[in-house]
Design a protein around this ligand. Sequence first.
Ligand code: CP
Ligand code: NVA
Length: 308
Amino acid sequence: MADFLDINVTPENDLRRILDQAKSMKIARQGLPKGTKDGDTPLDGMMVALIFEKPSTRTRISFDVGVRQMGGQTMVLSGSEMQLGHGETIADTARVMSRYVDAIMIRTFEETTLLEMAEHASVPVINGLTNRTHPCQIMADVMTYEEHRGSIKGKKVVWSGDGNNVCASFLHAAEKFGFDMVFTGPETLDPEVAFVDAAIDAGVSVEIERDPIAAVQNADLVVTDTWISMHDSQTARERRHNQLRPYQVNEHLMSHAKPDALFMHCLPAHREEEATSAVMDGPNSVVFDEAENRLHAQKAIMRWCLGV
Ligand code: CP
Ligand code: NVA
């Protein structure tokens, strides 16, 4: 049994095994009508708790569906309705939940909440997003890239916009899957120095380029995300929008990347802000494949965590 806390703390071979299994489980279900059982039920008799302290569409539904497809059951909990949101410690919550359920997925604010939960739970804990990282998303993204273009090793991935939690997990993945990262965005929204330094120390080529057009030259993959994340204060909204507008991913920016460069966005998107509809719905966009692959990648992550 193991926790899935972040890509950089998961062994490389295991990450690759997870993606291989995700792919084979996806293929096994291809052509099956929704709701059809595929007979692969490694989570039979198991209960997975899904805790959300922030809103979610994809994470919530894909984990819920994934557990059920594998024969298990889920319990979707909102942090504010639990005693957790009313003063009970994370450690006590983790100990109690471990007596009832077989695994815990948590989407929370502070990374320390996730780490404390993992430390005190005796069942696997999965990171469903914190203010700092979003590893399940990037596992799905690497899977999506490789489905469309083959190995991501040695490719040039350009992140345009806010150097946020999703960007941080891309830096983790660059280390483990061997691709190059370029960040383009305003200096005040650079990814945390700790993530950049750790990636560089691990041998990743990380470049920071303020000019978005220069950044995307020769890019194999262009990625962006919302300009304001769930944990960000809304008060500086206008200033942020003004700072980030030059980093919008639009057809003009994409025209400077490789002609077959893919475009990704973890969603939810704010169309015409960080990315235009022309790009989101254009021929290079794989945003809905990314969303689908959350399901397959997370099923494989849960199997890895539970050793089934
Ligand atoms: N990409 C992602 O995690 O989406 P949700 O916030 O809808 O879960
Ligand atoms: N960066 C975004 C990702 C949402 C899936 C946020 O944290 O709100």
